[in-house]
Every structure is written in structure tokens, then in C-alpha cells.
Design a protein around this ligand. Structure first.
Ligand SMILES: Cc1ncc(COP(=O)(O)O)c(C=O)c1O
Length: 333
């Protein structure tokens, strides 16, 4: 570590390996690295399924949810449906669809990041592979559940609800899984579970959808370490809950403070990151932070916006203290 504060990729600031070292070491010692993983990933799928009262047949696992986005598009590409995404949203949906030569249609969110519900419903009523972040990245909000339900019901194609930040919002569309056979929920171990480096994501869906995803999946797409570490972390609910509570507390503390700054508009957040609009077009906060050894993100939104991932208390305090000093300097100008 070079002392850089990483507030750009919405990672968990806590490393479960250093905090649960003995247990991770025991898992490591039990791994037969000379063997291939079980290519059905039945143990991991069963353990995930059990969490939701579902069978392993309702679960697909991927090398991060990024890989599952690729598999979903590969599995349903032949239907010839357009890929519909809100704008702004997580970049991998468009990037992956583009790489596969699929047609992408964007629906623009309004200034409060709400969905243009009527035009979206009209668009998907003819069938689409629709991606919806719940909560959405980088806007950090959850759209009303009833709106999502109407969209999911009207789309005869496939709706993917990406719940990468679910543990921070506490919200889910999972209950609809039991009613619909064309809905996919995406989750990941990269955020609340603190395992971004292990690359484990999963999809929850109807058995028939999971079979289609499995048809395009590479046989050994998860390595043994990641599979076993995910299995261990699934038993560590207390660790996840404790860290999420801590991060949410820091997020709310930072949001309250940021609201006092003249040069930022701060948006509410149901995630582990905060989106702000920089009201002075000339203010380059990305460079400002970079020069002070802090990496934040310039999200893909037209205009001067920044996205700050929420970390440990001392980290959010460092960010706040720099912005407070900047405000004072701007006043003195
Ligand atoms: C909305 C959303 N989905 C998926 C991902 C990718 O997660 P993974 O690390 O599981 O590939 C991210 C990562 O930032 C994300 O923001």
C-alpha cells in the first residue's frame, strides 16, 4: 500500500482475510490446488440458494457479476432484442453489449434520477434485455418498487435487476422471482462482503434461465480459492452486517457534512458511495484529490460530477477536512 486512499471503485474498506485470518488459513490449507474445481459449483450454488430458500438450480455463479452480464447477453443474444439501459448507469452493460454487436437503447433519467416510466414501459413492451440497477450506480438511488414491478411485468424479454449494493439499501426485487420466469437478480461478493479481489458474483433466477446461462458459461469460470472463500464468507453474516452498518453510518455522516458546502450538490444514497454535482464548472475535484493522494471517480455523466466511495471513519474524515478547507479558500478568494 502506498498510502493512497481508494475512494473510486466502491470497494469495502475492510479486508475480511486480515480480520478472519485463522478461518481463511484453514480454508486455504484444505484446498487441493492440483485439482480442478467442481465445474457445477454445486456446493456454492446450494449455499447461496439456501440463503433465499431456493435450490442450486436457481443460481448461476460468475467471475464477478461482470462475467454474468456477459453470459446473460451471450445466452439471449439470439433473440435479437435490443439491450435497454437507463442513462446514467453502470458502464459494463453498454460496454459488453457493444462488444457483442448488440443494439443498445438508452433511456435518460431526469434531474432527480427518476425513470421516465411511461416511455420506458412503451419501449420494453415490445421486448428487451433490460438492465436496472437497484440501487443504480452512479446515481445511488432505488426507483420505486411498484414502478420496477410494472416494467418487469410489461417486458416480455429479460429483465436483469442488478442488486450489487443490496446490502446497503436493504431493498430487493427478489420476491418477484417466484412469479416471473424472465427476471434475473444479480448480486456480488465484491461490495458488502469485502471480496472484490476474489471476483465472485451470482445470478438468481428461474431454473430455465439458469440453464441457458450455464450453456454459455466456461466450465471452470470460478477458481477454487474464490469458490471456497465465498463459501466461508456466506457464513459470516455478522461480519457483513457490522461492516455495512459502519459504512452506512459514515456515508450518512459525510452526506450531512457535504450538504453544507456551497460548491456541491449532494444526492441521497442507498449505496456505499455518494454522488455529487460540482456546481462550479471550473473546479476539478478529481485532480484536487489526486494531488492529495486520494482517488475518487468521475462518473460517466455529462457535466461536472464526482462519485466518492465511502470508507472507514478516518477516511471520510480526511475527505471532509480537505473539502472544508477548500470551501474556506474559495470564500477568501
Ligand atoms: C451496479 C454494479 N453491478 C456490477 C458491478 C460489478 O461487480 P463485480 O465485482 O461482481 O463484477 C458493479 C461494480 O462496481 C456495479 O456497480
Amino acid at each position: 500500500m502506498d498510502g493512497t486512499l481508494k475512494a473510486n471503485l466502491n470497494e469495502n474498506p475492510f479486508n475480511p482475510i486480515s480480520e478472519l485470518k485463522d478461518e481463511f488459513l484453514r480454508v486455504l490449507e484444505s484446498i487441493e490446488i492440483n485439482r480442478y474445481p467442481d465445474q457445477s459449483y454445486r456446493d456454492l450454488k446450494s449455499a447461496i440458494g439456501k440463503k433465499f430458500g431456493l435450490s442450486y438450480e436457481n443460481i448461476a455463479v460468475g467471475n464477478g457479476s461482470d462475467e454474468l452480464i456477459l453470459y446473460i447477453l451471450l445466452a439471449f443474444r439470439s433473440k435479437g432484442l435490443p439491450v435497454v439501459i437507463p442513462y446514467p448507469t453502470f458502464g459494463m452493460y453498454e460496454k459488453t453489449a457493444f462488444l457483442l454487436g448488440m443494439r443498445v437503447e438508452k433511456v435518460y433519467l431526469d434531474e432527480n434520477w427518476d425513470l421516465p416510466i411511461e416511455s420506458l414501459m412503451k419501449l420494453v413492451s415490445k421486448g428487451a434485455i433490460l438492465f436496472l440497477g437497484y440501487p443504480n450506480n452512479p446515481t445511488a438511488n432505488c426507483w420505486p418498487k411498484e414502478e420496477l414491478r410494472s416494467i418487469i411485468e410489461i417486458n416480455p424479454g429479460i429483465t436483469v435487476v442488478d442488486e450489487a449494493y443490496h446490502e446497503f439499501s436493504g431493498k430487493t426485487m427478489l420476491d418477484l422471482i417466484f412469479e416471473r420466469d424472465n427476471l434475473i437478480i444479480l448480486r456480488t461478493f465484491s461490495k458488502a462482503f469485502g471480496m472484490a479481489g476474489a471476483r465472485v458474483g451470482y445470478a438468481i433466477s428461474h431454473k430455465r434461465i439458469i440453464e441457458r446461462i450455464d450453456e454459455v458459461r466456461l466450465p471452470f469460470n470460478l477458481n477454487l480459492f474464490s469458490e471456497k472463500m465465498a463459501l466461508l464468507m456466506l457464513e459470516k453474516d455478522f461480519w457483513v452486517k457490522e461492516k455495512v452498518a459502519h459504512i452506512v453510518e459514515n456515508r450518512d455522516w459525510l452526506i450531512e457534512n457535504l450538504k453544507g458546502l456551497d460548491f456541491l450538490k449532494v444526492y441521497p444514497s442507498e449505496t456505499n458511495f455518494i454522488l455529487c454535482k460540482v456546481l462550479d464548472e471550473r473546479l476539478d475535484l478529481l485532480t484536487f484529490f489526486k494531488e492529495r493522494n486520494i482517488e475518487i471517480r468521475k462518473p460517466d455523466i455529462d457535466g461536472n460530477y464526482i462519485r466518492i466511495s465511502v470508507g472507514k471513519r478516518e477516511e471520510v474524515e480526511r475527505i471532509w477536512s480537505l473539502l472544508k478547507d477548500l470551501q474556506e479558500k474559495l470564500w477568501l478568494k
